[in-house]
Every structure is written in structure tokens, then in C-alpha cells.
Design a protein around this ligand. Sequence first.
Ligand code: G16
Length: 543
Amino acid sequence: MTTHTISTQPYSDQKPGTSGLRKRVSVFQQSHYLENFVQSIFDTIAAPKGATLALGGDGRYYNRQAIQIILKMAAANGFGRVLVGQGGILSTPAASCVIRKYQTFGGIILSASHNPGGPDGDFGIKYNTGNGGPAPEKITDAIFANSKQISSYKIKEAPDLPLDVLGTFELGGMQVEVIDSVADYAELMASIFDFPAIRLLLNSGFRMKFDAMHAVTGPYAREILVNRLNAPEDSLMNAVPLEDFGQGHPDPNLTYAHELVEILYGDNAPDFGAASDGDGDRNMILGEHFFVTPSDSLAILAANASLVPGYAKGIAGIARSMPTSAAADRVAEELGIPCYETPTGWKFFGNLMDAGKVTLCGEESFGTGSDHVREKDGLWAVLFWLNILAIKRQSVETLLKRHWARFGRNVYSRHDYEGLPTEAANGIMQHLRASFANLPGKAFGSYTVKSCDDFSYTDPIDGSVSTAQGIRILFADGSRIVFRLSGTGTEGATLRIYLEAFEPDIAKHDLDAQVALAEMIRIALQLSELKERTGRDQPTVIT
Ligand code: G16
């Protein structure tokens, strides 16, 4: 098979964001666009000849075409073997599992996560290193640098491979192994959780609904929840993956997973509800008429980890992203283990996990996970919750209320303003930075500013420094407001406002978060001049 070296021109916009390169499908369909980025990855990682790569995606529109192109480029660039998920499918945590289990050199994951799909939707690509985790910034920066000076890429001339059939194929001297997308992951879950206890729970009148949102977790949930744990088939909804996610927005939150939310808040609601996103790494947890914030979810998992066989020996530490509430910190303190605060992005947890410093990690953006892989993991979180409920036999609400009674409640909410003009959003951040000098000591209603900064992080393992990771306004009573621009959107800018107040008083734990945080919400709007600068004062999404 002939290897072609194709001349190309660089694109200037291939800078990976919070999690890889995410763009509209039409952007990826531009001539050589995908190829340029893939070649930039290969040039950056300089894998030894004959190395093994893992490859798979969330099955969204353009996944199949992209997989075929990447296979031909991998062969032309000297890879010896590629493990590819059947039909080109691997959820993000399953890809991380495959990379680790088969010790591949690294992996390429095709996903724009929770962003909508289809011809008018988004596509994405990212590289994960041999530990199974997203490439750290020094690699993504180098990929971007290479993408700006690329002049050619290499590709084999070969027919497309039949990826729906399990088996091994040859592509220009490279082996392509089409593997079962679900089996390795399901085995890993069975090795961590108390499946017999969960099976008993699911067969004792406990009712659950899992919403796969027409995305990648459908087959994983069917194999694990229905086939292995005997959950009734109607425990699953939207479990057949579609290239356009049924034209939905596969983001498991109160706004976009409204179908599930209506069931859990409706009459005769099930005991437990959960949803996962486009690529299976996010999760939302609901009880009967009850929403668990992702920050609280991390704290609950940490506090109850000893009930899960895989963590029964104890957890080494916890890490959370900076905007995530400090609920987990309180648990860590009681357990006598460290709690690390990192910038937003799962890639920042990798070093801590590799060094054995943390076992559980979590983010307010509906991500929780552990060192079983190096990605956040939606179904893992669902199984963790089921394992806890199977042992404790309490409702989700009771579990939370008892947790708050013991640790206090970090009342928390995130307000997203999506689709803002980029200039206006940058203007808000600049304005906030410019007010740092005047804010400390100033009183706003019952809150007084203690300090403010732009969060920066020095990785304790490799010493790398990441600056400008979000603006923090810290108040004297421990409450805080964080302002940050999203790094995963593809249209305009999204401003995220994270609000947190600590409430030790059990009598106030029943208050709705929006009510409890009403004054802070007003302060956030005042400090940011959001309405004056954008004309908006109502968020598009509240979580
Ligand atoms: C990605 C990252 C997460 C991050 C999230 C939100 O999630 O993997 O670590 O917390 O984006 O990022 P932002 O606030 O910049 O939009 P996913 O699920 O999209 O891969």
C-alpha cells in the first residue's frame, strides 16, 4: 500500500481547550483540517516505530469517517497496532481503561463530550497518554505549536476497514484489532463494586432510571445494569446511541436532561435517577424529587468509600477542581487525608493519581472518578451510588441530609451565561481583575470581601504552573463567588458563575440553593456588571 505525503497549509485555530480540540463538524470537514491535527499529534508524541495506539469515539456524526482517516494515518506514521472499539465506539472512560489494560503508547478519543452532534453540531478529538489520561498542557501546547507550522501529513492509500466486525485486520503493515467496546470496561466495574449487593437492591423493589441521552453509554448501561445486575429493561431510557443524539444536548444536568428530571420529580417517581453525557464521562445523580450537586456527590462518595470493595482499604486523598465546592474537603479532613485543589480539567488530576496521592477526584461540571482509570467516569459514579444505597438502604435525600447534618452543607450553584459575545465576556473578566485592588474589605449586604485573585496552580508533582484559571472573590465568612470562562464551547463565550456558601445550621439545610444564595447572586451581577455589559441577567443554565 502506498504511503502518500500530502502537502497542506496550517490552520491557526487548532488550540486544544479544556479537553481537546472541539469545533463544529463543518470546521473539521474543511480540507485537511482533521489530518493536520492528527499529524500534529503524531509529530508531538513521536511514538516509537511499531507502537500501539487505542482509538475510539462517542459515535457522533463524523466519527466513522474520522476513524478511517486516523487508521490510515497511523499506519503511515509507523504505528504497529491499533486497538479500535467496534463500530469506532469507545466511551471516554472505556478508552482510558483500554489504554491502561493493554498498555498502549496512548490513545486518540473522538468526542465533543456533552456538546450537541449531527452535521450542524460539534466534533472533537483529543490525545490521551499511556497512563490513560488526557495529555497534559505541555503536550497540548506542543500539538498546537506543531499545528501552526505543519506543511505535510502522511497517509496510506487503502480501502476502509469493516469496523463493525470483531477481529484483526491488516492495514499497510499495521494490525487493526477491532475490540468489543464494552467488555473490558464491564470487567473493570465488576472488579470494583459489590455486584451481588447491587443486584439484590435492584431486585427488591428499588426502582431506578438511567438516561443515556441517546449517547455512548447506552450499550454499556445495558450490559452492566440489565445483563449483569438484572435491572429491568425499563430502567434504561434513550439507550440506543444516535449520531445526532436524537437532536438533543447530551449534557446531564437539570436543563438538558429534563426528560429524566420530569420523571424523578413526577408522581410515582423512581428511587434513583442518573444520566450520562455524549461520551460517558459525566454523570448526574437524582433521588426521588431530589437533585445531588456534583460537589456533594464527590463528598458522599468519599465519605462512604469504605462500603465499596474496590476502596475498602481506604482512599489516599481527594482532588477537586477549584470551582467545585469544598464539601469534599470537610470529608478529607475528617478522614485525615489530603484534599487537593486543581484548575478545571481532568488532565490536572493525572499526576496526582499516578503519584498515588489521590484516589477520588471530582468536578462541579458533573464529573467524578477515581484512579481505576484516568478519566472521569459516568457509569462508575452511578454504580458507586448504587453500591452505597445497596448497603445503606436509605433514600438519596436521607443520605444527603444525614451527610449535611454531620459535615455541614456547602450550599452551591453554578449559573451559566451561554453564547455571550466573546469581547463582552473578556471585558467582564478584565473588569473583575481591575477591581481586585479595591474589593478587599468592602461590604456587600451581609458579605464582606476578604480577598480576591486569579487562581493559579503549581502541580506538586512536576512543578508546572497554570495561571489565570478563574477569578475568585472570597468573603470573610468563607463564602465565595468564582467567575470563569468555559474552555469547551464552540460558539461565542460562556461565562460561568460559581456560588458557594457554607451553612452549618441544620435548620436551614432544606432551603432551596437559589433562595439561600439569592444575595450572592445579586452581588455577582453587581461585581461583574453583567447586565450593563451584555444586556443579560438571567442565566441560560442553572445547576
Ligand atoms: C471537560 C473537562 C472537564 C471540565 C469540563 C468543563 O469536560 O474534561 O474536566 O470540568 O470540560 O470545562 P469548561 O468549564 O471549560 O467548559 P467534558 O465532559 O466536556 O470532557
